[in-house]
Design a protein around this ligand. Structure first.
Ligand SMILES: Nc1ncnc2c1ncn2[C@@H]1O[C@H](COP(=O)(O)OP(=O)(O)OP(=O)(O)O)[C@@H](O)[C@H]1O
Length: 294
């Protein structure tokens, strides 16, 4: 049995459109399936816990990174594999795992049944699959999640541009802060920090390669700290991040580690997989091979 969790409104309605096509294919192929639709944020976590693990081939998320985040949070340490049919705006996890954006090919891959293990990040009781962003990019996520232009750009299939616009918006609101960082027990201080990205996979924000060498199964986070840079220099360097070319900039520090503690003054927003989670202080740890994916 394949269980599908569909977020109809992901990608501004793409979730429902993609699901209708997937359902047709499942019926043609005579695959046994059940489907549940999410009705609110975090609903997918509850839905997944109701599924019987007996005879379950996979739980498949049809949606974007937020939907996958919720489904995965219900599956962690369960030994039930997570399948992904991308139907969001950013689809950064699918991109990192080389999952086809085309629903047909994504479904074929799930039905082939090949499994692999991936690491996840843990913050409190929450698990994160892609990137945890602290500071400026938390502000960007906050703006992007409520932006009216996100829906408009999705409508004209330019959803990827929405994050770029939210970055510009946040640039005029955010003030850099002083932070203390403890990575695997070693304390470092940085002043004028714009943001810190703690990455399990390379991309966020619809293809920004913030930590180009991050790898989902190496047992490590790649950590990018952007500090001591003017607003205009940040703006000038930002486009380079789409190709991961920002890492050589003198205001960018890259570190690898398994456990990251962050204290900031004043406290700053923490987002994970594009969802606002909390504010600093925060402790993020890698959970090696905690999620089975297809
Ligand atoms: N019925 C619903 N009504 C409102 N929000 C929902 C509903 N179902 C799920 N959600 C929430 O919608 C949010 C957005 O979903 P998702 O991230 O999958 O799409 P997206 O933002 O278009 O894609 P991406 O994150 O890849 O850019 C998530 O926080 C999810 O929990």
């Amino acid at each position: 049995m394949y269980y599908f969790v569909v977020n109809k409104i992901s990608g501004n309605g793409k979730g429902l459109k993609v699901w209708k096509k997937v359902e047709k294919l499942l019926q043609e192929k005579q695959v046994n399936y059940q489907v549940r639709f999410t009705e609110r944020p975090k609903h997918a976590v509850e839905i997944v816990k109701e599924f019987s693990s007996k005879a379950c081939n996979a739980v498949v998320a049809v949606g974007g990174d937020g939907t996958i985040h919720d489904v995965a949070n219900g599956l962690i340490h369960s030994n039930i594999p997570l399948g992904i049919i991308p139907a969001g705006s950013g689809n950064d996890l699918a991109r990192a795992l080389d999952i086809p954006m085309d629903y047909k090919r994504a479904l074929e891959r799930i039905l082939r049944g090949k499994k692999r293990k991936m690491d996840v990040g843990k913050i409190g009781e929450e698990y994160c699959m892609t990137v945890t962003g602290i500071g400026f990019d938390g502000k960007v996520a906050e703006i992007n999640n409520t932006a009216k232009y996100k829906d408009l750009l999705n409508l004209v299939r330019l959803g990827d541009l929405s994050y770029g616009l939210s970055v510009l918006h946040a640039l005029f609101q955010y003030r850099p802060v002083r932070i203390q960082l403890k990575i695997d027990g070693e304390v470092q201080s940085f002043s004028n920090v714009w943001f810190i990205a703690i990455a399990n996979t390379p991309n966020y924000g619809g293809g920004i390669k913030i930590c180009p060498d991050a790898c989902y199964d190496d047992g490590l986070f790649d950590i990018c700290i952007v500090h001591s840079v003017t607003k205009w220099e940040l703006l000038r360097t930002f486009p380079k991040a789409y190709k991961g070319k920002h890492v050589s900039h003198p205001s960018v520090t890259m570190i690898k580690g398994k456990q990251v503690e962050i204290i900031a003054e004043p406290p700053i927003i923490v987002q994970s997989d594009g969802e606002i989670l909390t504010k600093t202080p925060v402790n993020v740890t890698i959970q090696k091979e905690a999620l089975l994916i297809m």
